[in-house]
Design a protein around this ligand. Structure first.
Ligand SMILES: [Zn+2]
Length: 308
């Protein structure tokens, strides 16, 4: 997928528009290094020094894509996953386990399974469900729960599954629509697909320059409308839409920004600092004191489940 090939939104087919958001890829790699990641010579060599990436966005559904398309290479992911990359416990895992249970799923494939954190939770909560994982990185095989097969290619996965999950994975790949289409072919008729993405209509839009939210890590941007449009495009019947509330561990990063935005003083460093001190920090202390784990405002993730 390059600039010549992607003039149209892969979710809703509207024409994509250029934006003024641009980044040089080596500047982004330097940001990662400033945050403690050391890139190998191979990783640096994977990316051209003077390559500028430009964000194109869909005026209809809010989908975004950085072009030219530069995804994370094997060497890039070896470097960024060396320390604390995979979260063991996530909101979307809990939602998905409830959906698997409610739908009586007997089998599940996790696409982009990483070290198998979700499959380990399924094994624990729903021990009768047959689990399998798909990840391009064969090194994760030894991390998966005992007896869970790893398929490094989606093409090798047997058909007829009850459920397929894609947690925070389609934003990493060059062809997200194709990835979803390939995953759906593994389902039996009536089987369920669950997809979660970072929601760019939520508070992460206040941090859209963050090195983790742009290429080579995230190459596309998603909104509830774009994810639902993609489900419709593939004829999937949407059975659940879930928005993550703001979890306690993200409150220190997001809460003052959310309040500043709602008060119309976003980007004013003095007002933002006052809001953090006088409003956000007291709310966070209150939540800590009374064991409140989340607030009912838009958090990081949006999840959609649909049946084939
Ligand atoms: Zn669109």
């Amino acid at each position: 997928m390059d600039a010549a090939e992607i003039n149209y939104c892969p979710c809703c087919d509207a024409g994509l528009c250029p934006t003024d958001v641009k980044h040089f890829v080596w500047d982004i790699l330097h940001k990662w290094e400033a945050h403690g990641v050391a890139f190998s010579e191979e990783t640096w060599a994977n990316y051209p020094e003077n390559c500028e990436l430009e964000l194109f966005s869909c005026p209809n559904c809010g989908f975004g894509v950085f072009l030219p398309m530069l995804t994370g290479t094997d060497a890039f992911y070896i470097d960024v996953t060396r320390n604390e990359y995979y979260l063991a416990d996530r909101w979307d895992f809990h939602v998905a386990i409830k959906l698997l249970r409610a739908n009586g799923a007997g089998s599940v494939l996790d696409v982009g399974c990483g070290q198998g954190a979700f499959l380990a939770r399924v094994k624990q909560s729903l021990p009768k469900v047959a689990c399998s994982g798909n990840d391009a990185n064969p090194a994760v095989r030894s991390c998966l729960p005992q007896g869970v097969p790893l398929y490094t290619s989606l093409g090798d996965v047997p058909d007829g599954l009850d459920a397929v999950t894609l947690f925070q994975v389609i934003e990493h790949v060059a062809e997200p629509a194709q990835m979803l289409a390939d995953a759906v072919t593994k389902l039996r008729q009536g089987g369920m697909v669950i997809v979660s993405v970072p929601d760019h209509s939520g508070p992460i839009r206040f941090f859209s320059d963050s090195h983790t939210a742009i290429p080579p890590h995230h190459v596309t941007q998603w909104t509830p409308a774009s994810l639902e449009a993609l489900f419709s495009k593939f004829g999937l019947k949407i059975i659940a839409r879930k928005r993550e509330p703001l979890p306690d561990y993200l409150m220190p990063f997001y809460l003052h920004k959310i309040i500043a935005n709602s008060l119309g003083c976003m980007g004013d460093p003095v007002r933002e600092a006052q809001i953090r001190e006088k409003l956000a920090d007291p709310i966070i202390r209150f939540c800590q004191r009374f064991g409140i784990k989340s607030l009912p405002v838009k958090g990081h993730t949006y999840l959609v489940a649909g049946t084939r």
